[in-house]
Design a protein around this ligand. Structure first.
Ligand SMILES: O=C(O)[C@@H](CO)OP(=O)(O)O
Length: 205
């Protein structure tokens, strides 16, 4: 038996709009972000997707994205598990800083390394490797069993927590993951084989 795993990065947040490093800061969605979540949900609806369980982070931008998707699908009351293991990478001392100001201060290359490299920690924060060290075990223990039982599982989370999950799911290297960018509100539909490997991947953009 194989199941389905749908990953969605939250819609645009207030700090995405303001171009600020966000990390664990708990900012709301913008109107555009709510619209992106609705549009992503309509694509799932058009394909007849319904979920058996949903997972989201401890942060409101992911939780609200999750709820909007479930509302559109007519599944408002679905069991939804919130866990900070799915939170965005902790950006440490960069949290709240403007990304262009950071580039002006530390240089384009250094900021890109902090944002997209695998194992370099931003000052006082988590590397993608550190983020993966909490996301992956959580996936293995709490989410994957539902998928392997044939379930359809929604995960509404964050750019970097999902990059860490995708890296492990697809077996991407530390170099390959540097290039992976996730659009806000766009569902990524994975079908898994019974041995937990990826059977197919469909990006609903
Ligand atoms: O600020 C953040 O928390 C993340 C996601 O918005 O930013 P980045 O894309 O730079 O990793």
């Amino acid at each position: 038996m194989s199941g389905t795993l749908v990953l969605v990065r939250h819609g645009q947040s207030e700090w995405n709009l303001k171009n600020l490093f966000t990390g664990w800061r708990d900012v709301d969605l913008t109107d555009q972000g709510r619209e992106e979540a609705r549009a992503g949900a309509e694509k799932l609806k058009a394909r007849g997707v319904t979920f058996d369980i949903a997972f989201t982070s401890a942060l409101q931008r992911a939780q609200k994205t999750c709820q909007i998707i479930l509302d559109v699908l007519g599944q408002s009351g679905l069991e939804t598990i919130r866990n900070q293991a799915l939170n965005e990478r902790d950006y440490g001392d960069l949290s709240g800083l403007n990304k262009d100001d950071a580039r002006a201060k530390w240089g384009e290359e250094q900021v890109h390394i902090w944002r997209r490299s695998y194992d370099v920690q931003p000052p006082g924060g988590e590397s993608l490797k550190d983020t993966g060290a909490r996301v992956w075990p959580y996936y293995m223990h709490d989410m994957q069993p539902h998928v392997l039982r044939g379930g359809t599982v929604l995960v509404a989370a964050h750019g970097n927590s999902l990059r860490a999950l995708i890296m492990a799911l697809e077996g991407k290297s530390g170099e390959e993951i540097v290039k992976l960018e996730l659009a806000t509100g766009v569902p990524i539909v994975y079908r898994l084989n019974a041995d937990s490997t990826v059977k197919s991947k469909d990006v609903l953009d």
